[in-house]
Design a binder for this molecule. Structure first.
Ligand SMILES: Cc1cc2nc3c(=O)[nH]c(=O)nc-3n(C[C@H](O)[C@H](O)[C@H](O)COP(=O)(O)OP(=O)(O)OC[C@H]3O[C@@H](n4cnc5c(N)ncnc54)[C@H](O)[C@@H]3O)c2cc1C
Ligand code: SF4
Length: 568
C-alpha cells in the first residue's frame, strides 16, 4: 500500500458525529480522511423545482445520487440525508441538550431497556464546545416590532404553549445577524463568508423562507459543510472525498489498524471540485488507517457493521438492536379560527422551520416518558399545495359575483373588470395560511432490531410498546390544536400503525458491558481496538429532544479520548 493511501484516521460519513470527530482530530495534528458517499451541496444549488427534485434521491443502483435517502421498513419510515454535511443539510437547525433526568439507568432485561453510561454533567463541556463549532446557535430572535417578529406561528405558540408545557424558543444553528453580537436583520450579507467555506460562496442571514428542510440556498444555516468540514478542508492534514461510499472494513493483516474499501461514484463526482473528490476514476479503492471512525448514521453504521460481521468477528449480539424512532409524531393543525370564527393565520412558510418548543418533562408526562411539541414550517410551495384543497369551497364562494356577471351580460352592460373575481377565487386562504405542521418527539421505547436478510437491511420495529407514550403526545397535540382553534390531522400512526422518523437513533448502543452494547462509553467498538462509532447509532435509547447536538457532543467526547490515548 503506497504511503498516500494511509491515514492516521479515516472518518466514514460527514454528519454530526463524523464532522466533529474529523475537525477535532485534524486540530490535534492527525492526517485525517473523510469519506462521504453523497455529493457536496453549495448554498444556491439546492433543488427547488419538481424537475430538479425528481433526481434528488439517493439510490445509486438506479443512477440517483441526490440528497434524500428514504427507507420504508415494515412499520417505520425513515428519512435521512446523503451529502457532505449529512443531516445538517436538511435538518431544522434545533440545538437542544438532552434533558438531565433522561440519562436513565434501567435494569437490563426486557427488550428496549435504556442504560446511559454517561451523564449530563459529563457531556456539558462537550455541548459547550460543539456549540462554538456551530457558530454559537442563538434563540430565534423573536421580539415584538423587530425584523424577525413577523412569524405568526411563533407568537401563537408562545401565547398558548405554557398551558401544555414549558415553552421556549430553542437555540437554532442559523445566522440571524451578519456579525457576532450585531443586530438581527433578514437577508444581510455575511462579510467575508465566501473566503471561509469550502464551496467559496457568500452567505447571508436568514430570510424566513421556511425552506430549511430542503436545503438553505442562502447559506444562513450553520451546516457542517460550512463549519466543521470547512475547517478540515482548509487544514493541510485534512482530506475530504465525496461520492465515496464505504463498503468494507477489515482489520489490516500486516499492521495495527484497518483497511477501508469504498466505491467511488465516478459519474456523480465528475461535477465537483477535485479537492472534494477521490483522485482518479477507479470505481473501487482501498485506504488504510490506524483508526477508523464509523459515522454513517443510525441506519448506515449498524448496516455496515452487520454487512462486515464476518471480517469483524468480535462484534457482539447487541449489534443492530435498540433502535429508537425518538418518539417522532408528525401532524398538522388545520383551519385555525379565533373566537369570532375568523381564520387565525399562522403562515407556516414564514420563518425557519422550527422556532419554538413546548417541553412536557418526564415528571409531567402521563406515563412518565416526556416529550417536546414544536411548530413546523414548509416552503411557499406547500402553501400552494394546501390551497388546492380549498378550491371547491373557494369556487362556491365566487357564485354571487358570477351571477352578477351573468346578469350584467344579459342586460347588455358587461363589466370588463375581473380583478375582484380572481381575488375571490382565493377565498380566505385558510387552508394554506391558517394552519401549521407540528412535530412531537420524545422518549419512546427503543425496541427496533436491524438484521441483514434477503433483499438487504431489515428492521423489526413496532409502536406497540410505546403506545401509551404516543397516546400522551397525541392528546397534547389535540390540546394544542384546540387552543389554536384548529383541528388536528395526524399521519398514519393512528390508522395504519406506521410511524415516520427523521431522528432514528441506536443500533450500535454504548455500554461498558460488551454483552449489552457495541461500543464503550468512549465510542470504541468492543473487541476491535482502533475501530470507533461516533454518530446517532451509539445512543442507548431515545435522546428525547432533537438529537443532533447530543450526537455532536458525544462525538466530541469520543474524539477527546482518541486524542488523549493515541489509540489505534
Ligand atoms: C427533515 C429533518 C429535520 C431534522 N431536524 C432536526 C433538528 O432540527 N434538530 C436535530 O437535532 N436533528 C434534526 N434532524 C435529525 C438529524 O439530522 C440527525 O439526527 C443527524 O443528522 C444524525 O447525525 P449522524 O451523525 O448520526 O448521521 P447523519 O447526519 O445522517 O450523517 C451520516 C452521513 O454518513 C453518510 N454515509 C452513510 N453511509 C455511508 C457509507 N457507506 N460511506 C460513506 N458515507 C456514508 C451519509 O451520506 C451521511 O452524510 C432532522 C432530520 C431531518 C431528516
Ligand atoms: S428559513 Fe430560509 S433562509 Fe432561514 S435558515 Fe431556513 S432555509 Fe435558510
Amino acid at each position: 500500500m503506497p504511503d498516500e493511501d494511509h491515514f492516521d484516521a479515516v472518518v466514514i460519513g460527514s454528519g454530526f458525529g463524523g464532522s466533529v470527530v474529523a475537525q477535532r482530530l485534524v486540530e490535534a495534528g492527525e492526517e485525517v480522511l473523510v469519506l462521504e458517499r453523497g455529493q457536496p451541496h453549495a448554498p444556491g444549488s439546492f433543488a427547488r423545482t419538481p424537475y430538479e427534485m425528481r433526481r434528488n434521491f439517493w439510490a445509486p443502483h438506479a443512477g440517483l445520487y441526490g440528497m434524500y435517502d428514504v427507507w420504508g421498513f415494515d412499520r417505520l419510515d425513515v428519512v435521512l440525508a446523503s451529502g457532505l454535511g449529512g443531516g445538517s443539510l436538511i435538518y431544522a437547525n434545533v440545538m437542544l441538550r438532552k434533558s438531565e433526568r433522561t440519562f436513565v439507568r434501567e435494569e437490563p432485561g426486557v427488550d428496549g431497556y435504556e442504560y446511559w453510561p454517561v451523564t449530563r454533567e459529563e457531556l456539558d463541556p462537550h455541548y459547550d464546545r460543539v456549540e462554538e463549532l456551530f457558530e454559537e446557535p442563538e434563540r430565534y430572535p423573536y421580539k415584538q416590532g423587530e425584523p424577525y417578529s413577523t412569524t405568526a406561528k411563533t407568537k401563537a405558540m408562545l401565547e398558548v404553549g405554557e398551558d401544555i408545557g414549558k415553552t421556549r424558543r430553542p437555540r437554532l444553528a442559523v445566522r440571524f445577524s451578519a456579525e457576532s453580537g450585531g443586530a438581527a436583520k433578514p437577508g444581510r450579507p455575511i462579510p467575508g463568508s465566501e473566503k471561509e467555506n469550502l464551496h467559496g460562496v457568500p452567505r447571508s442571514t436568514c430570510r424566513l423562507c421556511g425552506e430549511c428542510d430542503v436545503g438553505c440556498n442562502y447559506g444562513s444555516k450553520s451546516t457542517l459543510d460550512l463549519t466543521c468540514l470547512s475547517a478540515v478542508w482548509k487544514a493541510a492534514n485534512g482530506t475530504i472525498r465525496t461520492c465515496c461510499e464505504v463498503k468494507s472494513i477489515t482489520p489490516a493483516a500486516t499492521r495495527n489498524g484497518y483497511l477501508v474499501g469504498y466505491e467511488h461514484h465516478v459519474k456523480a463526482s465528475a461535477a465537483h471540485a477535485a479537492d472534494l473528490t477521490a483522485p482518479g476514476t477507479d470505481r473501487h479503492a482501498v485506504v488504510s488507517a490506524d483508526k477508523v471512525i464509523l459515522a454513517a448514521g443510525a441506519i448506515g453504521s449498524p448496516r455496515l457493521l452487520l454487512e462486515n460481521r464476518a471480517a469483524l468477528p468480535r462484534l457482539g449480539d447487541s449489534l443492530g438492536s435498540r433502535l429508537s424512532a425518538n418518539g417522532d409524531y408528525f401532524a398538522w393543525i388545520r383551519d385555525c379560527r379565533d373566537e369570532h370564527g375568523k381564520p387565525r393565520y399562522l403562515h407556516p412558510s414564514n420563518g425557519p422551520v422550527i422556532t419554538t418548543s413546548i417541553h412536557v418533562d418526564d415528571r409531567k408526562a402521563r406515563y412518565g416518558r416526556g416529550y417536546y411539541l414544536q411548530d413546523g414550517g414548509a416552503p411557499v410551495l406547500g402553501d400552494w399545495a394546501w390551497q388546492t384543497l380549498e378550491l371547491p369551497r373557494d369556487m362556491l364562494g365566487t357564485r354571487k359575483l358570477l351571477v352578477q356577471r351573468l346578469l350584467d351580460w344579459a342586460r347588455r352592460r358587461p363589466d370588463a373588470r375581473r380583478s375582484q373575481l380572481l381575488a375571490a377565487l382565493f377565498g380566505e386562504a385558510a387552508s394554506s395560511a391558517a394552519m401549521m405542521p407540528v412535530l412531537g418527539m420524545g422518549r419512546d421505547i427503543p425496541n427496533g432490531q436491524m438484521t441483514i436478510g434477503q433483499g438487504g437491511l431489515r428492521l423489526d420495529w413496532s409502536e406497540e410498546p410505546s403506545s401509551d407514550y404516543y397516546e400522551d403526545v397525541r392528546d397534547s397535540l389535540e390540546r394544542l390544536a384546540g387552543k389554536l382553534g384548529g383541528k388536528l390531522v395526524t399521519t398514519g400512526l393512528d390508522r395504519r400503525h406506521r410511524a415516520i422518523t427523521v431522528h432514528p437513533v441506536g443500533g450500535c448502543a454504548m455500554s461498558d458491558d460488551p454483552r449489552r452494547g457495541v461500543v464503550d462509553s468512549y465510542g470504541q467498538v468492543h473487541g476491535h481496538p482502533g475501530l470507533y462509532v461516533a454518530d446517532g447509532s451509539v445512543m442507548p435509547g431515545p435522546v428525547g429532544a432533537n438529537p443532533s447536538l447530543t450526537i455532536a457532543a458525544l462525538a466530541d467526547r469520543f474524539a477527546g479520548a482518541m486524542i488523549s490515548t493515541g489509540e489505534g
